[in-house]
Design a protein around this ligand. Structure first.
Ligand SMILES: C[S@@+](CC[C@H](N)C(=O)[O-])C[C@H]1O[C@@H](n2cnc3c(N)ncnc32)[C@H](O)[C@@H]1O
Length: 241
């Protein structure tokens, strides 16, 4: 995967990603709603529906950000949800939301890196990652670490942007992501790079079949994907046997 980073400077990708999300945290939820016209909520619902039959008790939301995926997972009525993220700024907004929703006993947000987090082996029945894997510094290291902490029989569900290939969605998407998203993002978030990094990182990301192959290489079984909203996003599911 080409090394696309937020600020193209000498800091590690991880440092740059954490800084970028700290910078845009105060506008993240607002811009998510505005730029996706609210579609992102339906995508998370679809992912959570994949986990209903598993009835997971212990859930990990990786790259939790402002905790939207963790909040959606609360509908599964688990015993505990832990959210981890490398951006403390994003989680501060997440914690405020959890308090307002009275979910702060069920959902706990902790500073943590998917690639190195040291939960004991076989800890979680289900792991979800929303728009996070594209930002990992070392994708395979992160996926292998998540495999280690997933229980046998458990599921990993990943939601990530993908690059549409078909006319006319591809053309509309290229226009929207290359001009509309960076302009609105820059205006509201005050970070001139964050919303240009977004389309660049989506284009560089090994999506769909390629990502399924990476999941298989990392030890997962029955890995599969489903394109969402004409291919602008994809939902991946993988199992640990
Ligand atoms: C686009 S936000 C997604 C937030 C949330 N999951 C959602 O669905 O809206 C991506 C998040 O991934 C986090 N992130 C990136 N690399 C990470 C890593 N290696 N470990 C944990 N979190 C990471 C960022 O700090 C950021 O908060």
């Amino acid at each position: 995967m080409p090394n696309v980073t937020p600020y193209n400077n000498t800091d590690s990708k991880k440092e740059q990603v954490a800084k970028m999300f700290d910078n845009i945290a105060f506008r993240y939820d607002f811009l998510n709603g505005l730029l996706s016209l609210g579609i992102h909520k339906g995508w998370r619902k679809k992912c959570v529906a994949k986990l209903i039959s598993l009835q997971p008790k212990q859930i990990l939301d990786v790259a939790t950000g402002t905790a939207d995926f963790a909040i959606e997972c609360a509908k599964l009525k688990p015993q505990k949800i832990i959210g981890i993220d490398i951006s403390e700024g994003m989680m501060q907004f997440g914690r405020e939301k959890l308090k307002k929703l009275k979910l702060d006993n069920l959902i706990e947000l902790k500073q943590g890196d998917a690639e190195t987090i040291d939960f004991v082996d076989n800890s979680f029945d289900a792991i979800v990652v929303g728009f996070g894997v594209r930002n990992f510094e070392n994708l395979e290291k992160g996926l292998k670490n998540l495999f280690r902490i997933l229980k046998p029989g458990g599921s990993l569900v990943i939601l990530e942007f993908s690059y549409p290939r078909k006319f006319p969605v591809k053309q509309f998407y290229t226009f929207y992501f290359s001009f509309v998203t960076p302009t609105i993002g820059k205006l509201f978030s005050k970070d001139s790079r964050a919303y240009s990094y977004l389309p660049e990182s989506v284009k560089a990301f090994p999506d769909n079949e390629k990502f399924v192959e990476i999941l298989n290489n990392c030890g997962y079984k029955n890995s599969n994907f489903k394109s969402l909203s004409f291919g602008i996003s994809a939902m991946y599911e993988a199992k640990k046997q």
